[in-house]
Design a binder for this molecule. Structure first.
Ligand code: SF4
Length: 197
């Protein structure tokens, strides 16, 4: 019942879809986390407390999978032309903010350890005009504690397999939309929940 409430809340926050899966079902691949560092590498590597090598990576996430019972997967499906435009950071900002809001709602429902993950580096989304990440540079609190969350990429989470396992429909960038309609793309986030908390 509480899970249904959470998925309904995710949708009321604007998510296109939301579903719960067992935490053990979240697909994690070491080589996917390596892409942050090389081939092709990410321009934000090392630049944020929420990005590699400052996060615990696939090994750390597998530990979390043993500690948490479930994951709430939520998605936003948006026109491809928006994802490829200067509005792209806006979409990823919404992804981070929604994850943080679902995390807060889950805590309010008694899942006190709820923990959200998003997509895209918070450095680029929230602090592009800042000289540095305040947590890394000064050991101070994140500038956006109620919004910014770590990216799933740094933990090696296979996002497309995750959506498939959650039964969430995914639109691939570059593919024609349904009935040859507008091309769409899907981005997703994750909130870990422990039903024993
Ligand atoms: S201060 Fe900025 S770059 Fe650092 S963790 Fe927070 S949002 Fe990310």
């Amino acid at each position: 019942m509480l899970f249904e409430e959470l998925t309904a809340s995710a949708k009321s926050l604007g998510a296109s879809d939301a579903a719960i899966i067992a935490a053990s079902e979240i697909p994690v691949e070491d080589h996917l986390a390596d892409f942050c560092r090389k081939n092709p590498g990410c321009e934000n590597y090392r630049l944020s407390m929420s990005c590699p090598p400052h996060v615990s990576g696939p090994a750390g996430f597998r530990k979390l999978q043993r500690e948490f019972s479930h994951g709430l997967v939520f998605s936003f499906t948006v026109p491809e032309e928006v994802l490829l435009s200067e509005r792209r950071p806006e979409i990823f900002q919404k992804l981070h903010e929604t994850g943080a809001q679902i995390e807060a709602l889950a805590k309010g429902l008694g899942f006190s350890d709820a923990r959200a993950f998003a997509g895209g580096s918070c450095r680029r989304i929230f602090c592009p005009d800042q000289k540095d990440c305040r947590v890394l540079k000064k050991g101070e609190r994140c500038r956006y504690p109620d919004s910014a969350r770590p990216s799933m990429s740094g933990f090696g989470i296979d996002v497309s397999a995750l959506m498939k396992r959650a039964g969430i429909s995914m639109e691939w960038m570059g593919q024609p939309g349904e009935d040859n309609g507008m091309k769409m793309g899907t981005v997703c986030g994750l909130v870990l929940i422990c039903s024993d908390s």
